[in-house]
Design a protein around this ligand. Structure first.
Ligand SMILES: CC(C)(COP(=O)(O)OP(=O)(O)OC[C@H]1O[C@@H](n2cnc3c(N)ncnc32)[C@H](O)[C@@H]1OP(=O)(O)O)[C@@H](O)C(=O)NCCC(=O)NCCS
Length: 164
């Protein structure tokens, strides 16, 4: 597996949205309010991703054999999204994507990166801990989905980035 990392384009939007939708439900279902889960539909992710890619350049995809296998979204010092599609979990692709996200945060001049991870998302928390991120405690994360406000029980993870 040799992934190609590149900025997402409008042509990637449908694939990114599909990876986002599947991964979101795998990582969040049962760990966030049910009303939020019900609003996380394929259509909602489709609209969100299309807008994000149209308005920003902060989505990076990992392409494997012409397929979007995962992506990251980085906003300032926040690693906002880290998603690997089911077939590539446990393959090392997540490490490649997270390394790229950390590189982007450092390149933008931030000494420390942070992210929010849902308390019950054990797989993601284990992954971040293995990659040197530390758990800094509770972070109730406010989310608005289709006009409704929800609070997701999250933890704040941070990582100090090595600078040359
Ligand atoms: C989070 C994610 C990027 C991690 O990538 P990955 O390739 O699955 O990560 P790995 O398999 O290398 O590591 C996950 C760890 O969780 C463990 N694990 C596997 N399945 C698990 C499960 N069901 N519950 C708890 N831990 C699990 C693995 O053994 C591994 O443990 P280790 O770090 O002690 O070796 C990926 O699982 C994913 O995209 N998940 C869905 C979307 C998501 O939740 N994104 C993060 C949002 S903050």
């Amino acid at each position: 597996m040799t992934p190609v990392l590149r900025p997402a384009t409008a042509d990637d939007a449908d694939q990114v949205a599909a990876v986002f939708h599947r991964g979101w439900h795998d990582g969040h279902r049962g760990h966030v309010p049910d009303g939020l889960t019900q609003r996380r539909t394929p259509e909602a992710f489709g609209a969100r991703v299309a807008l994000r890619i149209a308005e920003t350049t902060d989505t990076t995809v990992a392409e494997v054999d012409g397929v979007v296998a995962g992506f990251v979204m980085v906003s300032g010092d926040e690693v906002e999204q880290v998603y690997v599609d089911r077939a590539w979990r446990g393959t090392g692709l997540a490490e490649v994507l997270l390394d790229e996200a950390e590189r982007q945060v450092a390149e933008a001049g931030h000494p420390t990166a942070w992210l929010a991870v849902v308390v019950g998302n054990a797989r993601a928390r284990s992954f971040y801990a293995r990659r040197g991120w530390r758990d800094e405690g509770d972070l109730p994360y406010e989310v608005v989905a289709l006009g409704e406000r929800f609070t997701s029980p999250c933890r704040r993870y941070v990582k100090d980035l090595a600078r040359d």
